[in-house]
Design a protein around this ligand. Structure first.
Ligand code: DOR
Ligand code: ZN
Length: 425
């Protein structure tokens, strides 16, 4: 008999239906109207969706535990319906070689509540070791412009990445360094900041990525698109190129949200209303492939300094899925589009068996009671820095979250231990 059956209303192949999800060894083994199981969990209220996969988080370990650590970050992900994350290399030490990768995997393996992957950064500094890098990882982060951590690769070096053995996932921070250097100035507020890192630098970086690597065997992902000008560069992209957007670029603009000041200081910057609305439309119609949180926490104290010295980044991992579910429902938009963007497609990009309620996939599920609308409050969130620019926004948080068939979250309670998460690199 099947180990465990989770039964209820679920989104399966784009349709909502009553279903029994049979789970064995953490995987979905059967989907049927009626299934016998040794253990049975009946979901009476709420809709069972695939849990989200977030391919862009900064959990800050090692080096910046005062901002976040792998257990608080991953617990927060789990409470937000995310069961798999990929962590960025701008830690201390940065993840740029075999040893730093190994150490981060060990550390995260002891602390993570959710399954994880770890990016290795490619910069001007380790470019001469592409052979070694190819042999230790399959996912890489490339910053084309200066941002937190100073891990930069000059666009003139992009061509070199063709040399890498195998088929890699290359994830880009697309702001062109030389373009930024020419145009940037010291900004004193959000509007100035957007001008100081203009959209043309985003568009130019994307153009250079496609020119240098567009037809290579690698998979290319453009992270956190912030402008329609940048998105236009991707209109005729090949199948191996994807683009993601963050909740902050979808929900905020520098006019209406001007007063949030440093709490919205981020790279690439928040733009105007036309970009904000255009990006949301592009997510809905599929021109943008995925959502990614770019969860980049800094302490409250760091954010409360003057605009010029405040660090860039917004914490987001726990609120992303809840905010978007509420938004899609309120606007009467199809939930399967959201699920494709927040679970299925990011899983496909990362090459993990998650993101769909289908035989062979991990039984990673998030149960949302669509009538339980909650207002986001700082004190309810589980990451370390204790604030959210989305405070006061309405959202629908998951009531239960399953990871590999185990009930990870049940209401307020977390039922698994840290270290449950596995490395999926
Ligand atoms: O605003 C940002 N913060 N953009 C980045 O690219 C990095 C991130 C961080 O790590 O703080
Ligand atoms: Zn980032």
């Amino acid at each position: 008999m099947i180990e465990r059956v989770i039964e209820g209303k679920a989104l399966i192949r784009g349709r909502i239906e009553e279903c029994c999800i049979g789970v064995e060894g953490g995987r979905i083994v059967s989907l049927k109207k009626i299934l016998e199981g040794e253990e049975r969990i009946r979901i009476r209220r709420g809709l069972i969706l695939p849990a989200g996969v977030d391919l862009h988080v900064h959990f800050r370990e090692p080096g910046f535990k005062h901002k976040e650590d792998f257990s608080t970050g991953s617990l927060s992900a789990l409470y937000g319906g995310i069961t798999c994350v990929a962590d960025m290399p701008n830690t201390d030490p940065p993840t740029l070689d075999r040893l730093s990768l190994k150490e981060k995997i060990l550390l995260a393996g002891k602390k993570s509540f959710v399954d994880f992957l770890i990016y290795v950064g490619i910069t001007d500094r380790n470019l001469d070791r592409l052979d070694e890098l190819s042999s230790i990882a399959r996912i890489f982060k490339i910053y084309l412009g200066e941002t937190t951590g100073n891990l930069c690769l000059g666009a003139e070096n992009l061509e070199r990445l063709k040399e890498m053995e195998g088929k890699k996932l290359l994830v880009f921070h697309a702001e062109d360094r030389s373009c930024l250097e020419e145009r940037s100035f010291i900004a004193r507020d959000l509007k100035g900041y957007a001008r100081s890192r203009p959209k043309v630098c985003e568009a130019l970086a994307i153009r250079k990525i496609l020119e240098s690597l567009g037809r290579s065997k690698h998979r290319l992902h453009i992270s956190h698109i912030s402008s329609l000008l940048g998105l236009r560069e991707l209109e005729h992209r090949e199948d191996n190129v994807t683009v993601g957007v963050t909740p902050h670029h979808l929900f905020f603009n520098v006019i209406d949200d001007y007063d949030k000041g440093t709490f919205l200081k981020v790279n690439p910057p928040i733009r105007g209303k036309i970009d904000q609305e255009g990006l949301m439309e592009s997510l809905i119609n599929g021109d943008i492939d995925i959502l990614e949180s770019d969860h980049a926490p800094h302490t409250m104290e760091e954010k409360l300094t003057d605009f010029e010295s405040a660090p860039c980044g917004i914490p987001n991992v726990e609120t992303m899925y809840p905010l978007l579910i509420y938004y899609f429902l309120k606007k009467g938009l199809p939930l399967d589009r959201l699920v494709r963007a927040i679970a299925e497609k990011p899983a496909e990009i990362l090459g993990v068996r998650k993101g769909k309620i289908e035989e062979g996939m991990d039984a990673d599920l998030a149960v949302f009671n669509l009538k339980e609308v909650r207002v986001i409050r700082d004190e309810d969130l589980h990451y370390k820095c204790g604030y959210s620019p989305f405070s006061g926004y309405k959202a629908i948080f998951p009531e239960k979250v399953f990871i590999r068939g185990e009930e990870g979250i049940d209401g307020e309670d977390c039922l698994i231990d840290k270290g449950f998460g596995r490395y999926l690199g």
